[in-house]
Write a protein that binds this ligand. Structure first.
Ligand code: ASP
Ligand code: MG
Length: 412
């Protein structure tokens, strides 16, 4: 029997009515001849509420108990979804993570999936069960305790099940109808993409496009799981949404597929750092130990054995970053002359696998920005992405200008 994985996010299961609505979609796929594994999130807002309760009860909480509490939201929706399907005469059963079992490591609150044995569910499918409803976001550690996969983790649950069970596709139902060329709130010309390559999606997800948890895209790419992102609020249409798939499935790849941004960035410069082996390791080692998410890094050309070192990080981590380098300065041989932070910057990126075979994308990007009088402060590039740091006040203008420059209103 062909198998589908269907994942419903929090807004899609926010009320009993909505659960009924999405259960009909599941019923339709069963009628189409599929066995279905449904992965559910907690009802919208539920996980936030549970996290709040934990923090209020115990500010320095024991992560094992955090997981015990916050995983419970998904248990409720899994049971309700199974009941709803049963009311529709569809043989369905709910499964919590430990019952499958979805085995993870012991990293509570951000556990990694290690293995999903298929025997238990397959035995039930063989007995005539049509739908297994699995609570997303949760698993069981080697010690036998409940774990969770980090916020947004039910996307990752869904992809992991699709990989383990060899599903034909993994449909992620959410409150947007697909992946867009840019944020439609910023550019009214944003278009929904029909297809996007795993690598492009990965870049967009890590740049803050909130549609999919980054880890779920990594996993889909590794196991070649075809993912479809679509809205549960629109009428049924077999071609709806955006397909996230391997490059080979995309006939004509766009040079640029999307413009992404990250609003709250900061640029930190260490002025006049000694230019010799071990200094970068000491600085970035200290930052990583302090949990600072360093993104872009540039080191200037050295003059007389000293150099400036600039990096970017989220605005709300600047004070932590400062404290970490100051502490390292006292402990080690890093002696810089000063530190300046610019917290009024943002990052804008263009992403596309077509960049690999096209030249001139960077020049076109910089040209479009300069035509708007926008100054570029830092540039980084990868094989399929070019990112710049600019003043935050130009964010909207830059996104719109780049969307126009690369003709993305005709994409899709
Ligand atoms: N309910 C969890 C969260 O809000 C997991 C998920 O929905 O993906 O983070
Ligand atoms: Mg989500």
């Amino acid at each position: 029997m062909p198998l589908l994985v269907m994942k419903f996010g929090g807004t899609s299961v926010a009320t009993l009515d909505r659960i009924r609505r999405v259960a009909k979609r599941v019923g339709r796929e069963v009628a189409n001849g599929y066995d279905v594994i449904v992965i559910v999130s907690a009802m919208a807002g539920k996980t936030n509420e549970l996290v709040g309760w934990v923090e209020e009860t115990s500010p320095l909480f024991d992560a094992r108990e955090y997981d015990a509490v916050v995983s419970s939201g998904e248990n409720v929706t899994a049971g309700l979804m199974a009941l709803t399907l049963q009311e529709m005469d569809i043989p369905a059963r709910s499964w919590q993570g430990w019952q499958v079992p979805l085995k993870t490591n012991s990293a509570h609150a951000s556990a990694r999936i290690e293995e999903i044995p298929t025997a238990n569910l397959n035995a039930k499918f063989a007995e005539g069960m049509k739908v297994a409803v699995v609570a997303g976001f949760q698993g069981i550690s080697p010690e036998g305790r409940i774990t969770t996969l980090g916020r947004g983790g039910s996307d990752t649950t869904a992809v992991a099940f699709a990989a383990a069970f060899g599903a034909e596709r993994c449909d992620i139902y959410t409150d947007v109808d697909g992946v867009y060329t840019t944020d439609p709130r910023i550019s009214t010309k944003a278009r929904k993409l029909e297809k996007i390559a795993f690598e492009e999606m990965l870049e967009l997800a890590s740049l803050g496009a909130k549609v999919l948890q980054t880890r779920s895209v990594e996993l889909a790419m590794r196991y070649n799981v075809r993912l479809r992102v679509l809205s549960s609020f629109e009428e049924y249409d077999p071609n709806a949404g955006t397909l996230v798939c391997s490059e080979e499935e995309i006939m004509e790849s766009n040079v640029v597929s999307g413009v992404a941004y990250s609003r709250d960035e900061a640029k930190v410069t260490l002025i006049s750092v000694a230019d010799r082996p071990g200094i970068a390791a000491a600085i970035f080692g200290a930052l990583s130990e302090a949990g600072v998410n360093v993104d872009m890094i540039i080191q200037n050309i050295s003059e007389e054995g000293r150099t400036d070192m600039t990096f970017s990080c989220p605005t709300n981590q600047v004070s932590r970053a400062k404290a970490a380098v100051e502490a390292a300065r006292e402990k080690t041989l890093i002696n810089f002359h000063g530190l300046v932070a610019d917290t009024e910057v943002c990052k804008v990126s263009v992403v596309g696998i077509g960049m690999r075979s096209h030249t001139g994308v960077a020049a076109q990007m910089f040209g479009a920005l300069s035509a708007e009088g926008i100054n570029i402060k830092v540039i980084t590039t990868s094989e399929i992405k070019i990112s710049v740091l600019i003043d935050r006040k130009y964010l909207e203008l830059a996104v719109q200008a780049l969307h126009d420059a690369f003709g993305l209103e005709n994409a899709g």
